[in-house]
Design a protein around this ligand. Structure first.
Ligand code: ATP
Ligand code: MG
Length: 497
């Protein structure tokens, strides 16, 4: 159906795509995979008309077409749901209005008035055709991330949609939500819609896709039927080498309590929670998406409306009622919603990296030592393999996964006692995951206390020494990681007693 031929595109300092060709078939799901910064999003942005300065040709059903604007792409039935879900919807408008946005702006009929009834009717019709049950009058701000995703897909298919591009749609979703999304994809495939699916999770690509293309450094390095390849082969192609062990070795000697928490409450979901972390220990917070892990992390970091309870660091009672207090007392949080909470995307990589530790880079008179800042930034860029043309590049121009690495770098840069990681590997490729795991392990080996919150059970099992299973904001079970397994954690995560 679609043929992209020899697509190349340059940005200042980067050749993001080099002669990439890509074939899309009707009614099939195509997986697109590659390391962070490989060019996946860029290739799909070309197809959806986000750029006009690329070279190469695009054919639709054998006929050459011009795609230089989003409108061009939409008119040809090509729709894309971007990696950053939150920015694509208007939170103050209703579900129906968001789905019908396009026709509201460009007029339902010739008249200057919006026909609200038909807006909602049409939106409800689209949702029903996808078997999605969300009232069209509900406000976007009341929806879960998964529901927002559904609304975006509904909006995408509201016009005649022949090809739907989903850029890492499952990264923020829970397992059931992911299954719901896959059901929807199956339905669209049956209607003849071609799907292009970007994800770093290999198992799901193998589950729902027929075709797979692997990208590396702006090039296509493999195109294959999914049935004729294997996850190992794909990883090897994308990294250019076989993947070593996924998890680093852990030493099992731990010191005294570095953090002790008694009766932590956030005035909302968290109610009188106790936990502790020892020096050199990685404590896991396991639990499904929405179990309250993020809320616990935020409460520990003083980021909640009303935090109460007692917190002891190195045996000394401290008062933490804001993130500022937390950082001063030696607690750092690497937040889950990194783009929103962890970065200033309009600033350079180097200023983001130094941001939470300006003291280290200031000299007499309170001026910043830019040379020092730059040197440290370059060290971090190398250590974390952040793919960027230079330390002065704006963070907004980095690929999704590389933005994540900047946040992690920024937090590691601060010298704290306790590091809290909330879903640190969301959206990072398998190679970078290992680099991040190494950094976390190194922190523990230096005698820091680490809290590692994740809904990825294999990562929890591979990385932590001890774990607490969270269900509905409570610790329902505490276990030594060595003595448990995925099934047992899952049992407690789903409310099993
Ligand atoms: N608007 C832009 N300006 C400058 N450079 C850009 C821009 N968009 C992308 N790049 C660069 O192009 C390269 C490819 O980025 P892209 O976002 O396509 O990667 P990706 O494969 O989607 O990675 P991820 O898995 O991290 O999302 C990166 O080096 C990125 O920094
Ligand atoms: Mg991307």
């Amino acid at each position: 159906m679609i043929q992209m031929n020899n697509i190349s595109i340059h940005f200042p300092g980067v050749a993001a795509l080099k002669n990439v060709s890509f074939l899309v078939e009707e009614g099939k799901a195509h997986a697109l995979i590659g390391a962070n910064g490989a060019g996946k999003s860029t290739l799909m942005k070309v197809l959806s008309g986000a750029y006009d300065h690329y070279s190469g040709e695009i054919y639709l059903h054998g006929e050459k077409v011009t795609i230089r604007t989003p409108k061009d792409a939409k008119q040809l039935g090509i729709q894309m749901v971007y990696q950053e879900v939150d920015t694509a919807l208007i939170p103050s408008l209703s579900v129906g209005e968001n789905i019908m946005l396009e026709s509201m702006v460009h007029g339902m009929g010739k008249k200057q008035f919006i026909h609200w009834k038909s807006i909602h009717e049409k939106a409800a019709e689209i949702l029903a055709s996808l078997h999605v049950n969300i009232p069209t009058t509900k406000s976007i701000s009341e929806l879960t991330l998964a529901q927002k995703q559904m609304v975006l897909i509904a909006r995408a298919v509201s016009d005649s949609c022949k090809c739907l591009i989903l850029d890492e749609p499952t990264a923020p979703l829970s397992q059931t939500e992911t299954e719901e999304l896959f059901r929807l994809i199956g339905l669209l495939k049956k209607q003849g819609v071609a799907i292009i699916f970007i994800s770093h999770r290999l198992p799901e690509l193998f589950e729902i896709c027929e075709e797979i293309m692997v990208m590396r450094n702006g090039e296509s390095v493999m195109s294959e039927k999914v049935s004729e390849t294997s996850p190992n082969q794909v990883v090897e192609k994308m990294l250019g080498k076989p993947l070593a062990d996924q998890y680093p070795e852990r030493s099992s000697s731990h010191g005294e309590h570095i953090l002790e928490v008694k009766g932590l409450s956030d005035g909302n979901m968290i109610d009188h929670l106790d936990l502790h972390v020892k020096r050199g220990e990685i404590l896991g917070l396991a639990g499904l998406v929405g179990a309250g892990k993020t809320e616990i992390c935020k409460a520990l970091f003083g980021e909640a409306d009303t935090v109460s309870g007692e917190i002891f660091i190195n045996g000394k009672k401290v008062k933490i009622s804001s993130p500022y207090d937390a950082v001063r007392q030696g607690i750092v949080l690497i937040p889950e919603e990194r783009r929103k909470e962890g970065l200033v995307v309009t600033e350079s990589v180097s200023s983001n990296l130094s941001m939470s530790n300006l003291k280290k880079f200031s000299q007499m008179g309170g001026f910043l030592n830019f040379k020092h800042e730059k040197r440290e930034a370059e060290r971090m860029i190398e250590q974390l393999a952040i793919k960027t043309p230079s330390s002065e590049t704006k963070v907004a121009n980095l690929s999704g996964g590389n933005q994540q690495k900047v946040v992690i770098g920024k937090c590691i840069e601060t010298d704290a006692d306790i590091y809290i990681f909330d879903e640190p590997t969301k959206g990072v490729d398998v190679g970078a995951k290992r680099e991040i795991f190494d950094l976390i392990t190194a922190l523990a080996d230096q005698g820091k206390g680490v809290i590692y919150a994740s809904s990825e059970l294999t990562d929890i099992l591979g990385m932590t020494d001890r774990l607490c299973v969270i269900y509905d904001g409570e610790i329902v079970k505490e276990m030594e990681t060595k003595t448990t397994n995925e099934a047992e954690i899952l049992f407690y995560s789903t409310g099993g007693k």
